[in-house]
Design a protein around this ligand. Sequence first.
Ligand code: SF4
Length: 490
Amino acid sequence: MTVTPSEAHTGLGIRVSDVREQVLIDDQGRKVVTMGDMEFPPRKVWIRTFGCQMNYHDTERILSHLQNLNFSQTQELAEADMVLFNTCAVRDLANSKFYGKLAEMKQVKKNKGGLIIGVGGCVAQTEGKDLLKRYKHLDFAFGPDVIDCINDMVYRTYAGDSKFAINSWDRSDNFSIETKITHGMPQAFINIIKGCDKYCSYCIVPYTRGKEKSRKMQEIVTDVKKLVEYQGIQEITLLGQNVNSYGHDNNETLASLLGELDQIQGLELIRYTTSHPYDVSDELIAAHGSLKKLSKHLHLPVQSGSNSVLERMLREYTVEHYMGIVDKLKRAQPEIVLTTDIIVGFVNETDEEFQDTMKLLDVAQFDFTYSYVYSPRNNTRSAKMVDHLSDEVRSERLQYLQKYQLDIQKRLRQSIVGERFLMLVEGHGDQGGVKKWRGRTSCNRIVHFLPETPTTDYQWHWVDVLVTSATALSCQGKILLDHGRRPTRS
Ligand code: SF4
């Protein structure tokens, strides 16, 4: 029998020398992992993620840890030995879908003895203990700050000590992690700051993700260099609930981090999300004008076009301030494309306040808006406000806004017909019985194109495309040049 230490604990700053999982190859050549006195044969995990990119990134991290415990991911619920949910507390819809799915698992567990069920993420952080009481088939719950301990929790459950909820906060001075990816793609999410100090009146995030804590710039730069050199990463997206507040706790800034990352050889494209308008500095705006690898897209949630609503939301900026940033960004980087989030029907939103948001759409000309009706989240300040607005009015306003925005998008997209873009091809799909490839431009627009031959494989190639037609939601293009796996620059 061969024994080798697993690579579970080589992170920057966590559990560096504490290698506990051991990989054994048994007499039949089968991989078995031991941890403590327990053996872990090959097993399958089925995981469902709800919510934002941060949650999808956390899922990737969970899967990477579980690999060290001999788990591989399955898309087939029937073959799972463990079921995990990574939950989101921000939107009502994601929340209800999660509760429905968790309830369904009762029967699934009855049919499959030994199935383990765990719930992670924001709902587990605030309601973990309650979930365990209400759903007897649930084994454990864990908050976002303890995902790096997932293997300990799985160990504990297999050891027979289940029915626990862990929602403790990371108390260390610095936020220190190493990015873990297992997907083999050239794109990676890099977590650079966690938590949020803003306390917008409608938002649950500060209560589920805690105070802001940034990673040190040098750690991130080293992390990204390794990903580029050893894992072929070419495009990164820096993540944080309030990403442009990065570094306040360490006297560092997002702009200076972007400047460092821009110099990494082999890295082609840098994106970041999600930004708060209050923290868009002049230094960051200037970076959009000067850095070669920085995406020409910025997602900048405005939430409302009415100053009185923004005040009730505790957003800390006015419409005039927001538009001032937009103007400066467009001056610094004329090709920049802006997208936003809008909450329709915030507490007691008047018709006049709603019309102010409609006016903002005209002025700002967003390339895309993620718009939702307001729904109160437990324990937030806005949930305690007396609200007289009906759901019917909210839905009418949302429909009206979305239709109006689609017209704006259509005009904007049609204005780029005839333009040439470099983009990374992310996959292909069937469009009306025809196979088309699709990529994402630096300015975050999806372009679909026909292959030169039916069998040409463009996966993860950089291509130049000419946009030939456009609708409100997508662009069609024609391939002009296939650069292969790396863009060639003139
Ligand atoms: S800045 Fe974003 S994450 Fe933070 S409280 Fe406001 S809406 Fe929530």
